[in-house]
Design a protein around this ligand. Structure first.
Ligand SMILES: [Zn+2]
Ligand SMILES: [Zn+2]
Length: 339
């Protein structure tokens, strides 16, 4: 049997490199990919932490933000052929449940999360459904193409507000998603973007990128700065941390919108509901990517946002643990693995 090196989630706190069989196509809709690049996600950090902050199935190969080259196609995957390079929506949906039929495939009742419950891409080969694979131009480098999935999620978040040129925004959390949201907002015509971050490396990194007014909320009074500079508060506030709904509501203007992107299963917030009512705030959740992969691919192909500037590390699979540790220390932004 042919084998390959893979990074496998064994149990809480145990994430190991080992040799496993090369996966095979088992359904007609599937394709076999040779993985070109796979980026490490915050979710991978939560899964491999002890105790885990996000549950994965023991024995699963992690890695869900990937670009790969088609090696073989199942009989029903007729839109792809060997040699095509594709990015993948790792949340395969059924297409027939009540939510899929409401055009909400990100909320499908039968999602198959690749790299969390189904074998993912921290390996040389990976099998995915052809339904969730999108061709991408060879001009987009592998490292950048690997970021299509978080970009598609960020686009889904930005779509929740109707961006108008000249408006202003606050983004809480300066990791890859927060920075991608800032880039998308700026590309959509938002005038001033305030980015709140507390980790020293990320503060410095965001300041150097020069795309937002970067605030350390431990050192500076962010709501006061936003209120004073905008006059009325922010038109939209994105919380990418999963725990900052209270300051988000505070910084939004009357009639403003708050988008909750981040997931933190432990964060319980006490919200003064009256503030939402009397300020007529719209509080909007956003989850995964809903039909935003074609846009993400276009954004990458046209260079509308510069994701290459977010990649701090490109490493071989052998160093995946080092990459995770660097991210856990907040000393990297986007780490891309080339298996
Ligand atoms: Zn991810
Ligand atoms: Zn479904």
């Amino acid at each position: 049997m042919e084998t390959m090196r893979a990074a496998v989630f064994e149990k809480a706190g145990s994430f190991i490199l080992k040799d496993v069989p090369v996966p095979k196509i088992e359904r007609e809709d599937q394709i076999l990919l040779e993985v070109n690049a796979v980026s490490i996600c915050g979710t991978d950090l939560h899964i491999t932490a002890d105790p885990p902050g996000y549950d994965a199935k023991p024995g699963t190969i992690l890695g869900h933000e990937l670009v790969g080259t088609v090696v073989e196609t199942g009989a029903a995957a007729t839109h792809l052929k060997p040699g095509d390079r594709v990015v993948v929506n790792p949340n395969n949906y059924c297409g027939v449940c009540a939510f899929c039929r409401k055009n909400l495939p990100n909320l499908c009742l039968h999602i198959e999360p690749l790299g969390i419950e189904f074998d993912g891409a921290f390996a040389k080969y990976c099998v995915v459904s052809g339904k969730v694979a999108y061709k991408i131009s060879p001009h987009v480098p592998d490292e950048v193409a690997a970021c299509a999935e978080p970009l598609a999620c960020a686009i889904n978040g930005v779509r929740k507000v109707n961006v108008l040129p000249g408006e202003n925004a606050v983004v809480i959390g300066g990791g890859p998603i927060g920075l991608m949201i800032v880039m998308l907002l700026k590309a959509s015509g938002v005038r001033d973007c305030y980015l709140l971050e507390t980790a020293p490396f990320r503060l410095k990194f965001a300041r150097k990128l020069g795309i937002a007014k970067v605030i350390d909320p431990r050192e500076q009074d962010a709501p006061a700065i936003v209120a004073e500079e905008t006059g009325i508060g922010a038109d939209y506030v994105f919380d990418v941390t999963g725990s900052q709904v209270v300051p988000a509501i505070k910084m939004a203007r009357k009639g403003g919108r708050v988008v909750l992107f981040g997931v933190n299963g432990k964060a319980v917030s006490q919200v003064l509901q009256k503030e939402i009512t009397t300020k007529e705030i719209a509080v909007l959740g956003t989850w995964l990517a809903n039909a935003t992969f074609p846009e993400a691919v276009r954004v990458l192909e046209t260079g509308a946002v510069d994701l290459a500037s977010l990649i701090t590390d490109v490493i071989p699979l052998e160093e995946v643990h080092k990459g995770l540790a660097k991210l856990a220390r907040g000393e990297a932004v986007k780490v891309v693995v080339k298996p």
